[in-house]
Design a protein around this ligand. Structure first.
Ligand SMILES: [Cu+2]
Length: 396
């Protein structure tokens, strides 16, 4: 109940500010600026000890209607960052570098980010970066500074930066997850810091409850944040939701970044999250490359196709994955029947038994996968990428 009130409370004060955000550090206080603000006020960064930039959700490899040129829009973000009056000391990328964790996607992103006027690049993974091997190849490339588990911290200009990983080992029905080991590490990492040390935490999935119905939150995020309450200045930077939100709670300031690739709907404003198609001339205004305007969703909403229930005798049963849900959510089959899952979304999904009895590969748009149910029983399953998506097959 209390959570519910908090969520509604802050939804009212969400600020649709944004753009590729630039943060300046003034005497230990971190201030955020939009690129638009910097262009109109050349003195905005004056007196700061250093500046850093957050970019997010580049989804290199995505090529659907919502944006067929994700390399072009990432390049535009890089050009805008480079056009600012001062080069950033650091650039933080808050995850979903790639769309399908493919080596060529990471290569292409690296090629563009090489053009940034900084050599201090730091990353945390998004769920799209750890699709195939629990992040092994991601961490080989981008996790050199991190310990086992992938999280890390570093100090720069008097600020303590903490990169967290909340996209691994997700549980059916759950949200982003940090895990006990990471929280114990965070406690150790910050234990000896003075309360006046400015803290910047960055992670892919929001550490605060933005919209749990769409998986936009972290199960144990509040536990991590409680370890940071004693600090005088905490800045929390997240991606994942492809839109700029801000919230201030005591000494803690939360920001989510726009994507460099495609926008997603405002929480609850569509049947599901996912790439939002907007008129081509509006796309860049909704990406992290220019000043954002909030455009009321005027796109037509996808129709939820509520087909099927029981398969024809002898034929395969079908589950359609669309609008970030399994349809039908519960499917009754006979022992021995085969079920075919087909992904109708513009985002990849999986179907994974909660008890490990079956596991599909990553299904991209229009991919399908089948599994024969040779035992009777209830099979609860979920999407391991978006664990709030759950379904059930009952075989009898
Ligand atoms: Cu999914």
């Amino acid at each position: 109940m209390e959570d519910e009130i908090d969520r509604r409370g802050f939804l009212k004060c969400m600020a649709w500010a944004g753009t590729g955000l630039i943060f300046s550090v003034h005497g230990g206080v971190v201030q955020s600026h939009t690129l638009g603000e910097l262009l109109s006020n050349k003195r905005a960064l004056e007196g700061s000890s250093f500046n850093f930039v957050q970019i997010s959700d580049s989804h290199i490899g995505f090529g659907k209607e919502a944006n067929k040129d994700v390399l072009g829009t990432l390049q535009a973000a890089v050009s805008q960052i480079n056009a600012a009056s001062e080069a950033p000391s650091l650039v933080l990328h808050t995850g979903d570098l790639s769309h399908l964790s493919k080596p060529e996607e990471f290569d292409a992103m690296d090629g563009i980010l090489k053009g940034l006027r900084t050599d201090q690049l730091f990353f945390v993974p998004g769920e799209h970066d750890v699709l195939v091997d629990d992040g092994k190849s991601y961490f080989e490339r981008y996790g050199k500074q991190s310990a086992a588990g992938g999280w890390y911290s570093m100090d720069f200009g008097g600020v303590h930066f903490i990169g967290l990983v909340n996209v691994l080992n997700l549980k059916a029905g759950g949200l982003g997850n940090l895990g006990q080991d990471q929280i114990a590490w965070l406690e150790r990492d910050t234990r000896n810091l003075s309360a006046s040390t400015p803290i910047v935490v960055f992670a892919h999935v929001p550490l605060w409850s933005v919209y749990p119905e769409w998986g936009w939150g972290t199960d144990d995020g509040a536990r991590a944040l409680s370890l940071l309450r004693r600090f005088g200045s905490v800045t929390v930077l997240n991606g994942h939701i492809h839109q700029a939100l801000q919230k201030v709670e005591g000494n803690v300031t939360f920001h989510t970044a726009m994507s460099t690739a495609f926008p997603q709907p405002k929480p609850g404003a569509a049947p599901s999250p996912g790439p939002m198609k907007v008129p081509a001339n509006e796309l860049r205004s909704l990406l992290g490359v220019t000043e954002v305007r909030y455009v009321q969703g005027n796109h037509s909403l996808a129709v939820i196709d509520a087909t099927l229930a029981t398969p024809e005798k002898g034929g395969p049963a079908r589950v359609s994955i669309e609008n970030f849900s399994f349809a039908p959510a519960t499917l009754a089959v006979r022992k021995g029947d085969t079920v075919i899952w087909t992904n109708r979304d513009d985002m990849p999904h999986t179907a994974v038994d909660a008890r490990g009895r079956f596991k599909s590969p990553v299904l991209d748009t229009d991919d399908h996968w089948e599994h024969a149910f040779t035992e009777q029983g209830d099979f609860h399953y979920f999407c391991s990428i978006h664990p709030h998506m759950t379904g059930k097959v009952v075989a009898h």
